[in-house]
Design a protein around this ligand. Structure first.
Ligand SMILES: *[C@@H]1O[C@H](CO)[C@@H](O)[C@H](O)[C@H]1NC(C)=O
Ligand SMILES: *[C@@H]1O[C@H](CO)[C@@H](O)[C@H](O)[C@H]1NC(C)=O
Ligand SMILES: *[C@@H]1O[C@H](CO)[C@@H](O)[C@H](O)[C@H]1NC(C)=O
Length: 498
């Protein structure tokens, strides 16, 4: 405000209109600069690709732009994904999967090749790569320490390779970690410190990030707190301020996100790195697969979080704007459900880029999400259970097991979107999921005398029987078959000649 008044005054006082125009131009530059500064701190999205039928990368990039996402976090460095991000202006965090850490840790040349192929090439073509995420939650306790030896050396080698490639001032390294790398023995944020079993390693990594200008990246999941603990106070997972606050020496915490974030800030501060930049690598709420996961709870959490970060006031311990990537952009039907059935439903968009619920990201005029454009679908056909089949038919059990193992039944069961289906509905859902995942191949709806194809949508209320998007996989499959037949015939011909 003060800035504005000063420049207006000087323009008015100036007798020469030319100078006044200069003042105006200066203003426009200032506004342009301001919008750049603001855009850098905007909201990001995680773009995962563990899907059987991915949307075309160009469609996803358009979605990111239409919804005002300024940053995207990837889990690998896929060529077609990065090509679609060329000259989009979107800031990119590329990822290195945990499985690659060993080779990057033990082989400097591998790290150089990785940087050359997966960073330098794309930067030179106009992809705005800002971060390399080395590993993905490598110290998660369920990994049994598998990546404890390799993460830090890989981080060091990738950093050296970035320096060698002349990219270290524009591309920073980081390691996205789960919030389980720190803890508080009393639950109070001020008691926060790194997990004792990895404390030395964490301090070495934190020092390295600090020395090299890399941020600390952490994934925070209030949903998992609720999922893991039946006694967790539900309101404390959200941002409405209605929960009984946690009092930490006079500082009141009304939501678990702030308390968790500040536990990290305390841990950093206690170890001498109180100013290390922090990025929230993943935050979000799923919409299906669990009693606490539905569009209403996801909207309550995500809108609460967005409203919280749009105030730019930060948390009690760090009153800076919060830098975050929502998890996630789109549902992924091939994610492991080992953590729970909700795992395939984190998207703010469905698998096909349609909108799940109203969400104001503060970036579009409408205040609502903008769906994917230009998505092609397979035809309006579904695979369902035949009317005359009995539920106790001996083929039913093995068929449903087969369908669910090879497709996706995470919307069935207690507290899910399809929980109201009866036994027949359940079976139809499983058969249809398998049929759609296999691109509506006739052979994918031939569960022995149990199933048939229908043109009537079996969807019922919240329970959606989807139609798969046409990603060209069917044509590729036919193509593959033709190739196979030709190769086979060729081999046969050769054998005949011999
Ligand atoms: C580049 O990244 C891709 C995707 O993560 C990976 O498969 C490939 O091996 C990487 N290239 C090199 C040279 O490491
Ligand atoms: C970790 O160990 C447990 C118990 O020994 C085992 O069941 C699990 O498969 C292991 N996980 C990994 C990722 O190695
Ligand atoms: C439907 O399937 C789910 C998940 O497999 C199961 O929990 C539920 O009991 C089934 N419902 C009926 C009515 O069979």
């Amino acid at each position: 405000m003060g800035f504005r008044r000063l420049s207006m005054d000087s323009a008015i006082r100036d007798p020469m209109s030319g100078l006044r125009k200069d003042g105006l131009i200066g203003w426009l530059y200032f506004l342009a600069w301001l919008s750049l500064v603001v855009s850098v701190s905007g909201i990001g999205a995680n773009w995962g690709t563990q899907t059987s039928h991915p949307l075309k990368p160009e469609i996803v990039v358009r979605m990111l732009k239409d919804n005002g996402f300024q940053k995207v976090k990837l889990f690998d460095a896929d060529d077609t994904t990065l090509s679609a991000l060329e000259k989009s202006g979107i800031e990119v965090m590329v990822g290195i999967p945990n499985e690659m850490l060993n080779s990057l840790a033990t082989n400097m040349k591998a790290a150089e090749n990785w940087v050359s192929k997966n960073v330098s090439t794309h930067v030179s073509k106009g992809v705005n790569i800002k971060y390399v995420a080395v590993g993905n939650e490598p110290f998660l306790q369920t990994y049994n320490g598998s990546f404890l030896q390799t993460t830090f050396p890989a981080l060091q080698n990738v950093q050296s390779a970035l320096i060698k490639a002349g990219l270290s001032s524009q591309v920073k390294v980081t390691v996205p970690l789960n919030a389980d790398v720190y803890q508080s023995s009393t639950g109070a944020p001020s008691n926060g410190d790194f997990r004792t079993d990895i404390s030395d390693l964490m301090l070495a990594i934190v020092k390295f990030l600090n020395d090299n200008g890399g941020p600390f990246t952490v994934n925070i999941y209030p949903f998992i707190s609720l999922y893991n603990d039946a006694n967790f106070p539900v309101d404390y997972a959200f941002f409405d301020g209605t929960a009984t606050p946690v009092n930490d020496g006079g500082t009141l915490y009304y939501n678990v996100f702030d308390a968790n974030y500040d536990t990290l800030i305390w841990a950093l501060q206690k170890n001498g790195y109180g100013n290390l930049p922090v990025i929230i690598g993943e935050i979000g709420w799923p919409t299906d697969g669990n009693i606490n996961a539905n569009p209403a709870t996801a909207q309550r959490f995500n809108q609460g979080f967005m409203t919280h970060i749009m105030t730019k006031k930060g948390t009690p311990m760090r009153q800076d704007p919060i830098d975050a990537y929502l998890f996630s952009l789109i549902d992924e039907d091939e994610k492991s459900i080992q953590p729970g059935n909700f795992e395939r439903h984190w998207g703010i968009f469905n698998y096909d880029g349609t909108v799940k619920y109203k969400l104001n990201l503060g970036a579009t005029n409408s205040g609502t999400l903008v769906p994917a454009k230009g998505v092609n679908y397979l035809s309006k056909r579904w695979c369902v259970m035949k009317a005359n089949v009995r539920l106790d038919d001996p083929q039913v059990g093995p068929s449903v097991t087969y369908a669910c193992e090879n497709a996706d039944c995470t919307s069935l069961g207690y507290g899910t979107s399809c929980s109201k289906l009866d036994g027949r509905g359940n079976l139809s859902y499983a058969f249809n999921s398998y049929y759609q995942k296999n691109d509506q191949l006739d052979t994918a709806c031939q569960f022995p005398h149990l199933s048939e194809i229908t043109k009537t949508d079996p969807s019922d209320g919240t329970c959606k029987f989807g139609i798969m998007i046409d990603s060209g996989a069917y044509r590729n499959w036919i193509g593959g078959l033709v190739v196979l037949v030709v190769v086979y015939a060729g081999t046969f011909g050769v054998l005949n000649v011999l």
